[in-house]
Design a protein around this ligand. Structure first.
Ligand code: AMP
Length: 215
C-alpha cells in the first residue's frame, strides 16, 4: 500500500507517517529528512539544501524528483511507502504520476490533513526532538515527563530544526500556499483525495487516517 500525506508544514505528516510505519510496516519517505541528512553529511547537495531550507524556499523540482525516484527503487519500499513532503509542486505531482506508472506502482490513498494555519506557527516553533531516538516533543503541548529526559530512550540531548524559527516558518507557509496548495486540487480533480481533521489529538488523527486506508 502506498500512501500520500498532504498538508502544510506542522500539520503532523511526519508524526502520522511514523505511526503508519509501525502499524502497517510501511516506509516513511520524507524528502525533508533526506535533505537534512545531506546537510549533516556536508555534501555539495547538503550545502545547497541548507541555504534553501534556511530561507524557507523549495529545492528545484528535477532534483527532488530524481531523489524520490531513486529512493522508491530501494528494496525496502517494495512493502509500501508513505510520501511525506513530496510532491510539493504541480510539476512534482505530475512527475510522480508518470514515475509511478513507469514503475508499475500507484498511490492507494491520498490524505489531506486539514489544519488551522494560524495555529501552525506555534506548533512548529515549539517543537523539538530527542537527539538520540528522534521522539518528538513540544515546549507547550508535549513536554517530557521528566524535564530534560526523553520518555522513550532516557536520552538527555534534544535538537530543534534550524528552519523552525518564526521567520522561516512564515516563509515556508507562504511557499505552501503558493506552490503546494494547488496540488490538493490536482488530486481532488482526479477523485483521489480524502481528508482528515489534523487539529485533533495524535491518536484521533491516526484513527481517522486508518479509517480512510484501503482494506
Ligand atoms: P519538511 O521536512 O518536509 O518540512 O522540508 C523541509 C524543507 O526541505 C522545505 O522547507 C524545503 O526547503 C525542502 N524540501 C523538502 N521536500 C521538498 C520538495 N519535495 N521539494 C522542494 N523542496 C523540498
Amino acid at each position: 500500500m502506498n500512501v500520500l500525506l498532504l498538508g502544510p508544514p506542522g500539520a503532523g505528516k511526519g508524526t502520522q507517517a511514523k505511526r503508519l510505519e509501525r502499524t502497517h510496516g510501511l516506509v516513511q519517505l520524507s524528502t525533508g529528512d533526506m535533505l537534512r541528512e545531506a546537510v549533516a553529511s556536508g555534501s555539495e547537495l547538503g550545502k545547497q539544501a541548507k541555504a534553501v531550507m534556511d530561507a524557507g524556499r523549495l529545492m528545484p523540482d528535477d532534483l527532488m524528483i530524481r531523489m524520490i525516484s531513486q529512493r522508491i527503487d530501494q528494496p525496502d519500499c517494495a512493502k509500501g511507502f508513505i510520501l511525506d513532503g513530496f510532491p510539493r509542486t504541480i510539476a512534482q505531482a505530475e512527475s510522480l504520476d508518470e514515475m509511478l506508472s513507469e514503475k508499475g506502482l500507484k498511490l492507494d490513498s491520498v490524505i489531506k490533513m486539514r489544519v488551522d494555519e494560524e495555529a501552525l506557527v506555534e506548533r512548529i516553533t515549539g517543537r523539538f526532538s530527542c537527539a538520540n531516538c528522534g521522539a518528538g516533543y513540544h515546549d507547550k503541548f508535549q513536554r517530557p515527563k521528566v524535564e530534560g529526559v526523553c520518555d522513550t530512550c532516557g536520552g538527555a540531548r534534544f535538537t530543534r530544526r534550524a528552519d523552525d524559527n518564526e521567520e522561516t516558518v512564515r516563509a515556508r507557509l507562504a511557499e505552501y500556499r503558493e506552490q503546494t496548495a494547488p496540488i490538493v486540487r490536482y488530486y481532488k480533480e482526479k477523485g483521489a483525495l480524502t481528508s482528515v481533521e489534523g487539529m485533533a489529538s495524535i491518536d484521533q488523527v491516526a484513527d481517522e487516517i486508518e479509517a480512510r486506508l484501503p482494506t
